[in-house]
Design a protein around this ligand. Structure first.
Ligand SMILES: [Zn+2]
Length: 297
């Protein structure tokens, strides 16, 4: 039915990411708050995270990891009211410089036009009031994160373009587009840790990690949802070892890290006049500005 946003008429926010768990640290609290506000959510993951860690061989093997991570994502999202989880079926490309980069099935090698067409069809079918996805930084430059950003940056204007193939659905202009962000200062502090995930990065890459706090549009207070957010993170069991990813940090610091989530509004991709029903600005209202929340206690 043209003009209808979603079959149940509730405003819908669409999230497009690359791997199961991309949403966990940066958006689980926001998802919980959207659920509380009565907003429907749809999450699309372009891959099943087949190149991810396997924390224990009791729960996954290299052969089963994709299927296990799909179940982990569905379970994690059920905790925050996201019951519509979709996959585009590409393969995880792995971290930059790993052998998985060369797999012809990997997402970052997928034909660009094909990925964009899939995204256009999803946007036109879902008709979201807002889209949340990766910015150009991909948080830390993972090839799949950057590929998601490029595909969505092309798909959002194409979805609104009546000249695009009608077989992909009726044109739809997304009112507002937001990029998930992590303050640069925070990621750089993490890069200093010799056992951290960014230990192999070059100084050049480290200098460009994340988003400068001054460029962040919205900081969303999710401190009331910290415990729920930790359950979402732990639901991705293949990706978190014994005690969780922050087990060696003081509790106070963990709580500070989990309490705020960050978004950058894309002026280029959002429709000029936005939509008064967009729930995101309301979530950020009353939160402390991004720059004041960056340094954990
Ligand atoms: Zn990822």
């Amino acid at each position: 039915m043209p003009g209808h946003r979603h079959e149940n008429h509730r405003p819908t926010v669409l999230l497009v990411f690359a791997h199961p768990d991309d949403e966990a640290f940066g958006l689980a609290g926001t998802l919980a708050r959207l659920q509380e506000a009565g907003v429907a959510t749809v999450l699309i993951s372009t891959t099943r995270g087949e190149a991810g860690e396997i924390s224990s061989e009791r729960i996954a093997t290299p052969l089963t990891i994709g299927a296990v991570r799909e179940m982990e994502l569905r379970a994690a999202m059920a905790l925050v009211g996201v019951d519509d989880v979709r996959f585009l079926g590409y393969r995880d490309s792995g971290m930059d410089g790993t052998p998985e980069n060369d797999d012809p099935r990997s997402f970052h090698r997928a034909p660009f036009e094909e990925v964009v067409a899939q995204c256009v069809a999803q946007i036109r079918a879902i008709r979201p009031i807002a889209v949340l996805t990766f910015g150009a930084d991909g948080i830390y430059g993972h090839p799949d994160h950057v590929a998601v950003h490029r595909a969505m940056a092309a798909a959002i204007p194409a979805a609104a373009d009546p000249g695009q193939p009608t077989g992909l659905g009726a044109p739809y202009a997304v009112p507002a587009v937001y990029f998930t962000a992590v303050p640069r200062e925070r990621l750089q502090a993490m890069a200093q840790r010799t056992d951290g995930p960014f230990r192999h990065m070059s100084p050049d890459t480290i200098a460009k990690l994340g988003t400068p706090a001054g460029d962040i549009t919205y900081a969303i207070d999710v401190s009331a949802y910290r415990e729920l957010k930790e359950r979402v993170i732990r639901a991705h069991a293949t990706q978190v070892g014994e005690g969780g990813p922050m087990a060696d940090l003081p509790r106070e610091q963990v709580e500070a890290l989990l309490s705020t989530e960050y978004l950058v509004r894309s002026d280029d991709l959002s429709a000029a006049d936005g939509d008064p029903g967009d729930p995101i600005p309301g979530l950020a209202a009353g939160s402390v500005p991004a720059a004041q929340t960056v340094a954990p206690a």
